[in-house]
Design a protein around this ligand. Structure first.
Ligand code: NAD
Ligand code: ZN
Length: 246
């Protein structure tokens, strides 16, 4: 099937679904200038392995090095702006085509685009939490300290860790709620995820019908009902046009 037929099939899947949800990954934000982990040639993650250097263990071992090195690239998401793909998903929620978005991203771009029902299964960059007394600090304070060459500390003297799910962390509540939400849906659209990161990649298994928009191959391509190998922005804008036609 060609691209236009695939797009028409995708629109049809949304029109015939009673309850649809979207799962997004780093690939939806590359058009906002944030590199993903797995597209070849972006450079950033070729010099460093985030699974190792931005892990819970790396933070525990050496908080200063963690903030100055392994975790440092994550701060770039704070300046990013949503792109048309985020905007179409916010529109689809407003118009009732989807109930919301489950995202593996920590960049907050779905909320910036106007999505209301967003589950962040890997946490977010808005704040950090004291590892001693659990006091929550805004990311502005964490960024200031990082820019001074330090690791942020709480008034109580303990280090503050980011509210991002690091490799080695347990999954946050948003993940378990996402599993339950997915089970209530009859359609999941995956956008910009290699579906290689576990356990987030188990979410499509909870849903009867799965469609995927992703540039590269994913771990679920063979089981999906539809795979569109295209850019998220273009594809979602054209999907919106078809859905508007009714
Ligand atoms: P991934 O890097 O494993 O996969 C991204 C996929 O998106 C790739 O398969 C790539 O082919 C595809 N892609 C890239 N640009 C695209 C585009 N314009 N349109 C459509 N597809 C495109 O990402 P993942 O599955 O999300 O797993 C990586 C983990 O790291 C996740 O937890 C992720 O959230 C996190 N991460 C987050 C950000 C962010 O918050 N923006 C950035 C990097 C990594
Ligand atoms: Zn404290």
């Amino acid at each position: 099937m060609g691209y236009q037929e695939d797009l028409a099939k995708l629109a049809q899947m949304f029109k015939s679904s009673k309850r649809a949800i979207v799962l997004t990954g780093a690939g939806i934000s590359t058009e906002s200038g944030i590199p993903d982990f797995r597209s070849p040639g972006t450079g950033l993650w070729e010099k460093m392995d985030p699974m190792e250097e931005a892990s819970r263990q790396a933070f525990a071992r050496n908080p200063v090095r963690f903030y100055q090195h392994g975790f440092a690239p994550f701060f770039m998401v704070l300046e990013a702006k949503p792109n048309p793909a985020h905007e179409v998903l916010a529109w689809m929620e407003k118009e009732g085509f989807i109930v919301g978005v489950i995202t593996q991203n920590i960049d907050g771009l779905h909320q910036k685009a106007g999505s209301r029902n967003v589950r962040e299964v890997h946490g977010h960059m808005r704040s950090g939490t004291c590892t001693g007394c659990r006091e929550v600090y805004p990311v502005s304070y964490i960024l200031e300290e990082k820019n001074q060459g330090r690791a942020p500390k709480c008034d109580c003297g303990s280090y503050i860790r980011p509210d991002v799910t690091l490799f080695g962390d347990p999954m946050p509540n948003d993940f378990w709620q996402s599993v339950q939400e997915a089970q209530k849906c009859d359609l999941m659209l995956v956008v910009g995820s290699s579906l290689e990161v576990s356990p987030a990649n188990s979410l499509p298994q909870q849903v009867d019908r799965v469609a995927i928009i992703n540039l590269g191959p994913t771990g679920y391509d063979r089981k999906a009902d539809l795979v569109i190998r295209e850019k998220a922005g273009r594809t979602l804008l054209e999907l919106k046009e078809l859905l508007q036609k009714g």
